[in-house]
Design a protein around this ligand. Structure first.
Ligand code: PLP
Length: 400
């Protein structure tokens, strides 16, 4: 009898972790490595939010809480959904978990049966397909390339839906591309979904507040209120409030689903950290002005990186609407050989050779389900980004 479960054999070890480990290894050997693979803001948690966490400890708010969140946080989330998205939810329709990741996982665990299909546009956040597999479902990925701005079209969505489809996973702005859906683009998708009442929508709004220029964020239940009864709106404080380590995410949806998710959480992690929940109340209820300040920094870095990458031969880098990633296409680099003698047959070869020869760590596109590309996280200093662009350009110019 094998010791490890069969379920685990359906899940891939994370390729992003493999790249990060390789970068750490080279750094330990004394190499000068620029890391562009981390999916988190490089800002500190704002002082007033950190102070709310300290206050929670000082006031003894350090015990178990209700499994899926303290009432104060659920109220703050309801107020946020009304304020930012025009959505009316009651506290009983809110679930708080240990990061958006746990909330998404709870929802899949609570709803998937063997044979259930989950539509995931690719490129996707690395965890979606493996979470679906862990929960016993079948991921159905739909390739969305540069030609459609890495976005799924209504025709592609329609074609992917079968009687076995349970969820459509939607993520705007996207990790890894930064692509955001405008209201009309999302409306065209919700129109398709209206024709298929058995399909639920899992919208991952994690990068809602990280948007640039004229782009206006919108979410499915807001664009098509008739879908609200079969939509789970997932969000969290990790990215917008620079709180990745605090581990607070949340979701809003129909009460029976929220109760089922709480059941999963009650038998696994139980409540998220009480201290973090109080800090999240302050994040959502407190001043929001620093978000615009942070976005101005991200927008500047985005422009720096897009310009730097488009100057590299063989690389095409579209301008993203949000998040802090770019996802350049490297079709023009495939089939060449690097200055160090590595044959570049795949985007993994490209990323590995770039790390070894120029000391720049990026994540290759295959990890996100669409190749040949790589993901750069520009949540790092302007100086590091400028130097990285110089090195990537040298690497591309050296391809034979
Ligand atoms: N969804 C997306 C698209 C993400 O990029 C991430 C984090 O990288 C998450 C969800 C999970 O965020 P957290 O668990 O930190 O709330």
């Amino acid at each position: 009898m094998p010791f490890l479960s069969d379920t685990l054999s359906r899940v891939q070890p994370s390729p992003t972790i493999a790249m990060t480990n390789k970068a750490a290894e080279l750094k330990a050997q004394g190499r000068d490595i620029i890391g562009l693979s981390a999916g988190e803001p490089d800002f500190d948690t704002p002082a007033h939010i950190a102070e709310a966490g300290r206050r929670a400890i000082a006031e003894g708010k350090t015990r178990y809480t209700a499994v899926d969140g303290i009432p104060e946080l659920k109220h703050a989330i309801c107020a946020k959904l009304k304020r930012d998205n025009g959505l009316d939810y009651a506290p009983a329709e809110i679930s708080v978990g240990t990061g958006g990741k746990q909330v998404l996982y709870n929802a899949l665990m609570a709803t998937l049966n063997p044979g259930d299909e989950v539509i995931i546009p690719a490129p996707y956040w690395v965890s979606y397909p493996d979470m679906v597999r862990l929960a016993g479902g079948t991921p159905v990925t739909v390739a969305c390339g540069l030609d459609t701005g890495f976005k799924i079209t209504p025709e592609q969505l329609e074609a992917a839906i079968t009687p076995a489809t349970k969820w459509f996973v939607f993520n705007s702005p996207s990790n890894p591309t930064g692509a955001g859906y405008a209201w009309e683009e999302l409306a065209a998708l919700t129109e398709v979904l209206l024709r298929h009442p058995h399909v639920w929508v899992m919208t991952d709004d994690m990068y809602e507040h990280l948007t640039f220029g004229d782009f206006r964020f919108c979410t499915p239940a807001q664009v098509e209120p008739a879908l609200k009864t079969r939509t789970l709106t997932v969000n969290g404080v990790s990215k917008a409030y620079a709180m990745t380590g605090w581990r607070i995410g949340y979701a809003a949806g129909p009460e029976p689903l929220i109760r089922a998710m709480a059941k999963v959480q009650s038998q696994s992690t139980s409540n998220p950290s009480s201290i973090s929940q109080w800090a999240a109340v302050e994040a959502l209820d407190g001043p929001q002005d620093f978000i615009a300040d942070n976005n101005a920094v991200f927008a500047r870095r985005r422009d720096l990186v897009v310009e730097g990458l488009n100057a590299c031969p063989g690389v095409t880098c579209p301008v993203p609407d949000g998040a802090f990633y770019v996802y350049p296409d490297i079709s023009g680099c495939i089939g060449r050989t690097s200055a160090g003698g590595t044959a570049i047959e795949t985007d993994e070869d490209f990323a590995t050779a770039l790390l070894e020869e120029e000391g720049v760590a990026v994540v290759f596109g295959a990890a996100f389900g669409l190749s040949p590309n790589f993901r750069v996280s520009y949540a790092t200093s302007d100086a590091a980004l400028s130097e990285a662009c110089v090195r990537i350009r040298r690497f591309c110019e050296g391809l034979r």
